[in-house]
Each structure stands twice: as structure tokens, then as C-alpha cells.
Design a protein around this ligand. Sequence first.
Ligand SMILES: [Fe+2]
Ligand SMILES: [Fe+2]
Length: 198
Amino acid sequence: MPVTIGAKPAGDFSNPMELLSDCHRRIERFLAVLVKVAGQAQGGLMSAQQKEEWLRALEYFRTAAPRHTADEEESLFPRLRQIDRRQVQDVLAKVQELEHDHLQANDWHEKVDQLGRRWLADGTLPREDAEHLTEVLDQLTALYGRHLALEDESVFPLAESVLPAAEKSSIGVEMAQRRGLDPQRTLKQASELGAPLK
Ligand SMILES: [Fe+2]
Ligand SMILES: [Fe+2]
């Protein structure tokens, strides 16, 4: 059975831009879970199902989401910066904002994680903390709303069209390695699945 990231086969490492957008859908999904549970329970006792959903979403943002940030900051953005074209320079100005967003999102996720784990450990959250948690989740929702759209609509399509095939392949390899997967194996699976390297 192929190694998977989310619901997609590892063969998608041959198409890193698509994989990065898939990560965005997971960010949206898990953030929506946090918003939903925080709104339903409002710092009170959570049901067993709410606890399970909450824990899973916190875990996602603690472990998987930072790898997505690294995919962008360490694999994608530096390669875009090497392309000397006017069109790329315009988008690169926005990349600085995106990196700033990553820092801001990290801070907010740390706060959510801290309050979220305390909620699970204590069973309830003081009203002030519950309100602060909702506030931070609202801020994250607003940040991701514009951040993910900018990446999905501007940065990734541009990268797809301007980066040479070898660079895109290297991004896929680095993304696989970041997840502790064997890139040769995942890329071989990709070609066996009829998904040639781009
Ligand atoms: Fe990003
Ligand atoms: Fe992203």
C-alpha cells in the first residue's frame, strides 16, 4: 500500500504545487474543526467526540502544518527568488508578507495549542481564556483566508509555470524527505501510477 499524506497517494510528490494546495485544504479543515468545537463548547465540558476532534486538530497544527511552512520557506520561495523575471519579482514582494504571516500564525497557533491543551487537561476553561481562544481563532481564520488564497491563486500557479521541471522535482523530493519518506520510492510510485515528473 502506498505511503499517504492525507488522503492522497505519495505519488503526488511528483506534483508539488498540487500537494501544497492540498495542504491548504487540510489547514482549512482542521481550523474549521477548532472554530466549531470552541463555538459549541465555549470553554465548558467537551463531549467525547469533541475531545477527539479537538485533539486531532491541535495535533495537526503542532506537527504537520510546520512542515507545510518549511515546504514553502525552504523549498519553494528560495527557488522562486532565483528566477530573474519581472513577473516573479512582483510576486516575490508578496512572498515577504507571506513569510511574515507564517511568523504571526505560529505565534497564534502556539497560543491556541497552550489554551487548547489546558482545556483538555482541566476539562473546562475560565471564561476569559475561552474568549481569548475564540478571538485568536478568529484572527487565524482571517489570516489564512487571504494567505492561502494568495498562494493558491498567485504563487503556486506562477511557480508551476516558471520553475524548470528539475526544480519542481527537487521540491517534491524535499517534501517527501521532510516527512521521513524515501523520495526515490515515492517518485518511482508516481511514475508507476502514470504520473510523469513535471
Ligand atoms: Fe504560506
Ligand atoms: Fe501555504
